[in-house]
Design a protein around this ligand. Structure first.
Ligand SMILES: *[C@@H]1O[C@H](CO)[C@@H](O)[C@H](O)[C@H]1NC(C)=O
Ligand SMILES: *[C@@H]1O[C@H](CO)[C@@H](O)[C@H](O)[C@H]1NC(C)=O
Ligand SMILES: *[C@@H]1O[C@H](CO)[C@@H](O)[C@H](O)[C@H]1NC(C)=O
Ligand SMILES: *[C@@H]1O[C@H](CO)[C@@H](O)[C@H](O)[C@H]1NC(C)=O
Ligand SMILES: *[C@@H]1O[C@H](CO)[C@@H](O)[C@H](O)[C@H]1NC(C)=O
Ligand SMILES: *[C@@H]1O[C@H](CO)[C@@H](O)[C@H](O)[C@H]1NC(C)=O
Ligand SMILES: *[C@@H]1O[C@H](CO)[C@@H](O)[C@H](O)[C@H]1NC(C)=O
Ligand SMILES: *[C@@H]1O[C@H](CO)[C@@H](O)[C@H](O)[C@H]1NC(C)=O
Ligand SMILES: *[C@@H]1O[C@H](CO)[C@@H](O)[C@H](O)[C@H]1NC(C)=O
Length: 795
């Protein structure tokens, strides 16, 4: 009796849990489904390069239609042609397209003759019907102009595609549906590859491997696949090479031969038409082995009949759970703001990718994340956003960085497809780790972290183009990175002396912070190195624009080994004067100008305000920078400049600036991002502005502006406490964007910034708004800490 009563209680409780979940009992209206507000197609045009297909949060498998247009992330709504359907991608990156390995492609061969099918990419590519695209979290579908309907979903390491031939306009009911696989990737970087085809009566399996090149890195990687096809009676199968195919042999091995000639080749399988339903194609992937690729597929998407709908449902459930910690009351703002908001959160969890169990380089029990593409892009807002939204995952990400240090001897700086990527500036994993430290993430070995960061600060690697820092001899001897440095110790692109000096200064500040926290006596030394940026400030440098003096004096400039100044036009590398990267037009500043880098001293902005002539001149310069075309809002170094008025005692101007860019440059249209999303950096910029708290990562500081919604709640995963930012007098037209007064947990609050405890302790910040700037947050004691004024925030 007692026992059965007990189980009745259990049943009732789990019944309630189901009810609660189904009704989204997490502080939301019953009919609110957050996924209805997520549009994965935002950023699928205009250079956003967002991955628009089906993925789980941080998932390795990412299925989408690949196109021959803007295909860095696989698909684009640019109206180009579908070249195949593949299941590995990166999101928002620039430059070469990433991954897209082993695409498969459905077709009907005219006259049912295998040699009439189009195998090479140029012949087979097909336009899609623009109004047929269906993109939802965990699901992507599209219809080709030839009438073949394709849709897809995913698990962690496998994808499930469905090809419906029933409305195909070529062939007839008796035509034999063909699925082909191409041993290639989006960049055609394959070095060599193998496959074998196995044919059963009702199923077929094509498995194999290939060696490819990382899209922005060194070395090569091997990826394995295991494709299972089902849907009817098998007619025949075999391999194809160029535009010929045959049913014998069933194996194929291709390499790069004469002049690195690129052979187009792969496998195929045909079913006997007509079919009762779609062909299913289950694609398993692994960086370890072909067997593991098959196991991944079998474990995650069991056969013989594949539960497509169940997989979609479970993917959606995982996304709902990831988006659950945040809730808003909109205050009636335009729906497009909400679409922008939820879609942005979604995009912050596409990459980095959780490759735990798929690390081909070392065995470990620690998590293994990849697609840090690159940390230079991710440390400023994306990883800090995960720190508030998904701190348990962020802790695993940091552990993965440290495990990489442990096994490879260096923290990663950029990483994709398990390869080391090219370093853009400083050793920016340092900043990520110390941000986790000041925000008290749990489960991290801080002594190991200290060792790893000291390694970056003290030891120069032979190849500092992929890890660590270059020019450390000069850094230690001269206290800046010289223009045209003499550095026989290590090798890298001998450029970016200004931006590297600034970045290394901040890396050393972060290290000093950790050293101090851990009670190490090196803290003073690194704090002193954190001031090295001062050595490249040329106080009398002016800047002409269109032949006219801009009126602003004092810029960072290159300095030779002998201490003599070099010269870089302060507007060089700005949108007014052309692009500078590692390879195109390498300069003393990376991907941005001296104008923009003048504001990149995140630890001592108070001192920058003084150096540039005090708050008034500083603000005039900042305003000129943002309104003259010098600022590049589509690239990460600019982000912090939006909030710098906080350091000059004018938080109202930061709010104005944020509104000047959102939604005009960050919005819900397909071309609604100002630049590459960079794994979710543009997304996170939008998010932090929208919640009214913007980080200065590496420091326990968030700048306060009014959220873009009436109120925002965020529940912390570690403490389970809910933090609230609430606007009073909120107006949906955004005329009242000026804080008149604030309370924290009911008590008056005058600082224009707040620490991470706000989130972990679940505090409530209430902002009373008005339509004019007020005195709130303007006094010296209200400003965020800067190194030179001696306030080092280390709560
Ligand atoms: C369908 O196409 C095949 C191959 O072209 C042809 O042999 C057959 O007669 C066609 N059947 C019908 C019903 O048109
Ligand atoms: C495949 O290519 C990689 C990278 O070029 C090379 O190291 C490897 O030896 C090649 N393997 C075969 C079997 O050709
Ligand atoms: C790739 O597959 C071929 C053929 O099965 C096999 O000989 C080769 O060892 C595989 N390569 C790797 C790296 O597993
Ligand atoms: C935010 O949290 C507060 C306090 O827990 C609650 O009263 C309010 O309904 C929540 N708002 C939203 C939008 O979830
Ligand atoms: C909402 O925003 C969209 C997209 O920017 C715009 O087209 C529409 O006019 C706006 N609606 C209102 C009511 O302002
Ligand atoms: C310092 O070095 C630069 C570059 O080699 C040279 O142009 C300059 O004349 C040198 N200055 C002095 C004072 O030697
Ligand atoms: C410089 O000149 C160009 C072309 O005349 C003009 O479009 C631009 O606005 C000018 N820029 C500034 C900052 O004055
Ligand atoms: C949306 O953002 C894009 C990219 O920044 C911009 O070009 C476009 O004008 C914006 N659209 C609206 C309606 O503001
Ligand atoms: C937070 O909630 C989770 C899930 O309900 C639970 O496992 C965890 O122990 C809670 N943590 C705290 C600090 O209450």
């Amino acid at each position: 009796m007692f026992d059965s009563l007990n189980s009745l209680v259990v049943i009732l409780i789990s019944g309630y849990a189901l009810f609660a979940r189904a009704h989204g009992a997490v502080r939301r209206a019953d009919d609110f489904d957050v996924l209805k507000w997520v549009d994965p197609l935002i950023g699928s045009q205009g250079g956003g390069n967002v991955f628009a297909g089906a993925t789980l949060p941080y998932g390795m498998a990412k299925a989408v239609a690949d196109v021959d247009g803007q295909n860095t992330g696989g698909f684009s709504t640019d109206g180009s042609r579908i070249t195949g359907f593949s299941a590995m991608h990166d999101s928002g990156t620039g430059g070469n397209p990433s991954l897209g390995n082993f695409p498969i492609f459905p077709q009907l061969c005219p006259g049912d003759d295998i040699n009439n099918c189009k195998f090479p990419i140029g012949g087979r590519s097909t336009h899609y019907k623009a109004d047929s695209i269906k993109a939802e979290p965990g699901y992507f579908g599209v219809t080709s102009e030839n009438g073949i309907e394709t849709d897809m979903t995913i698990s962690e390491h496998a994808a499930l595609f469905r090809f419906d031939f029933s409305k195909a306009v070529t062939g007839n009911g008796t035509s034999s549906p063909l699925i082909m696989l191409d041993l290639t990737d989006l960049w055609a970087s394959r070095q060599n590859a193998s496959l074998s085809v196995e044919e059963g009566s009702e199923t077929g399996r094509i498995k194999g491997n290939g060696t490819f090149l990382p899209s922005f890195g060194a070395g090569s990687y091997i990826l394995h696949f295991c494709l299972d096809l089902a849907g009817g009676k098998v007619k025949d199968s075999g391999v194809w090479v160029n535009d010929r195919a045959g049913t014998e042999p069933k194996d194929l091995h291709v390499t790069r031969g004469f002049n690195l000639f690129y052979l187009q080749a792969g496998g195929f399988l045909r079913f006997q038409g007509p079919l009762d339903g779609p062909v299913s194609a289950r694609m398993g992937l692994s960086f370890i082995s072909t067997d593991q690729a098959c196991q991944n597929a079998e474990n995650e998407i069991p056969g013989p009949t594949f539960d497509f709908d169940g997989l979609v449902k479970s993917a959606k459930e995982k996304w709902r759970k990831k988006l659950a910690p945040i809730s808003i009351t909109t205050g009636g703002v335009n729906d497009s703001m909400q679409v922008s908001f939820w879609s942005a959160i979604y995009r912050t969890m596409i990459s980095p990718q959780d490759y735990t169990g798929e690390n081909p380089h070392w065995r470990t029990d620690e998590p293994y994340f990849d697609s840090f593409y690159c940390i230079w892009d991710m440390w400023r807002v994306q990883l800090p956003f995960l720190t508030i939204m998904d701190p348990l995952t962020q802790s695993r990400i940091v552990r993965s960085l440290l495990d990489t240090y442990k096994h490879r001897g260096w923290l990663p700086d950029c990483s994709m497809s398990t390869n080391k990527g090219w370093t853009q500036g400083g050793s920016d994993a340092d900043n990520v780790i110390v941000d986790a430290y000041v925000k008290k993430l749990t489960g991290i070995d801080w002594e190991l972290a200290y060792e790893a960061i000291v390694n970056d600060a003290e030891n120069e690697p032979l190849e500092w183009s992929i890890e660590g820092r270059g020019g450390l001899t000069s850094w230690k001897r001269l206290n800046y990175i010289p223009y045209l440095d003499f550095d026989p110790v290590g090798f890298g692109t001998n450029s970016r002396s200004i931006s590297r000096t600034l970045e290394y200064s901040y890396n050393d500040f972060c290290l000093a912070t950790l050293a101090k926290g851990l009670g190490k006596d090196t803290s003073t030394k690194y704090m002193s190195r954190a001031g090295n940026w001062q050595n490249i400030f040329k106080a009398d440098q002016t800047s002409n624009i269109n032949g006219t003096d801009s009126g602003f004096t004092g810029f960072f400039q290159p300095k030779y080994l002998n201490g003599t100044w070099g010269y870089q036009d302060p507007i060089a590398c700005s949108p007014l004067a052309g692009w500078c990267s590692l390879t195109s037009n390498p300069s003393e500043t990376f991907e941005s100008s001296c104008w923009e880098y003048m504001f990149f001293v995140p630890h001592d902005i108070g001192e920058i305000v003084e150096l540039l002539g005090g708050p008034e001149t500083f603000l005039r310069r900042l305003d000129f920078f943002h309104t003259s075309g010098l600022a590049d809002i589509g690239n990460e170094p600019v982000f912090l400049t939006v909030y710098m008025p906080h350091y000059a005692g004018r938080p109202a101007l930061s709010a104005e600036r944020a509104h000047s860019y959102i939604p005009s440059r960050f919005n819900s249209s397909y071309a609604g991002l100002p630049g590459n999303d960079d794994s979710g950096a543009m997304a996170s910029f939008t998010m932090f502005a929208s919640i009214g708290l913007f980080p200065n990562p590496g420091q326990n500081v968030y700048f306060i502006i009014p959220p873009f919604f009436e109120s925002v709640n965020i529940t912390n995963q570690i403490t389970n406490k809910t933090a609230t930012v609430r606007n009073i007098n909120f107006d949906k037209e955004y005329k009242n964007i000026y804080i008149q007064k604030a309370t924290l947990n009911g008590k008056a609050y005058t600082r224009n910034w707040i620490g991470h405890e706000f989130f972990t302790e679940g505090w409530t910040l209430e902002l009373t708004l008005g339509d004019k700037e007020s005195e709130w947050g303007t006094r010296a004691e209200d400003l965020p800490p800067s190194m030179s004024n001696g306030v080092m925030q280390m709560s």
